[in-house]
Design a binder for this molecule. Structure first.
Ligand code: ADE
Length: 232
């Protein structure tokens, strides 16, 4: 089954622009992934197509209204297809490779709700959201980049999205380790040599060297990953 995403946003062009120009273009054209983008303003009912309003109780900034999200959601699910609804927000559970694998395994389309402005009416979460997801502890101007981060990360885990020569099996995080150092030609540049073992042709030794370097690098840069691995 193709991986399906429904993105709801007030900036559809941001999503289209990235999908058109990235490795995901081929994946969408080849029907390996299916991304549909919906303009939140199309689900407003007032003549100004308002998607935000002043916060009850006062305070700075605007709050995204509940009705457009609710209407958009209802319009989507009217086709009877199962969906898992994700709200992109810095308050959510932090996205990581493990969550990407979980999303890939879902037999549901994934709806990505992109918030903007200072916030979103709490009732959106109560009514339609299954999971709130953050892509990290920093605040962006909206959920469009996080939505693309998720689409990109999950899509490249699908068979055939990456080319023949690329693989998502052997890389950083797939084994809970950072990736080993990589080299290509020339064998020496500015006095810096490629480690002899990689030129040896001995695949056993190469595998051992890579594993050792991956562990060494992880220990130095991200010991938390090793700790997590030994506790699983
Ligand atoms: N919207 C704004 N910042 C965000 C973040 N870090 N993750 C997800 N959505 C966001």
């Amino acid at each position: 089954m193709a991986l399906g995403f429904d993105v709801i946003t007030i900036f559809p062009q941001i999503i289209h622009a990235y999908l058109k120009l990235s490795i995901l273009k081929k994946a969408t054209e080849g029907n390996l992934i299916d991304v549909k983008v919906y303009n939140l303003r199309d689900y407003t009912t007032d003549k100004h197509r308002m998607v935000d309003d002043y916060p009850y109780g006062g305070g700075p900034g605007m709050v995204m209204k509940v009705e457009p999200f609710y209407n958009a959601y209802n319009s989507l699910v009217s086709d009877g297809v199962d969906r898992f609804v994700v709200l992109l927000t810095p308050q959510g559970k932090t996205f990581n490779q493990e969550m990407a694998l979980e999303f890939r395994e879902r037999n549901e389309r994934i709806v990505l709700l992109c918030g903007r402005y200072e916030g979103i009416d709490e009732r959106v979460k109560e009514l339609i959201v299954d999971e709130e997801v953050s892509i990290g502890d920093y605040v962006l101007t909206g959920g469009e980049l996080p939505a693309l981060v998720i689409i990109d990360t999950v899509s490249r885990l699908m068979p055939d999205v990456l080319g023949d020569n690329e693989s998502s099996v052997d890389e950083t995080f797939s084994m809970g380790l950072l990736e080993y150092p990589q080299y290509t030609r020339p064998p020496e540049f500015m006095g810096l040599k490629v480690p002899d073992v990689l030129l040896s042709g001995n695949h056993n030794l190469i595998r051992q060297w890579r594993m050792k370097e991956a562990v060494r690098r992880t220990l130095k840069r991200r010991p938390d990953l090793l700790y997590k691995k030994t506790n699983n």
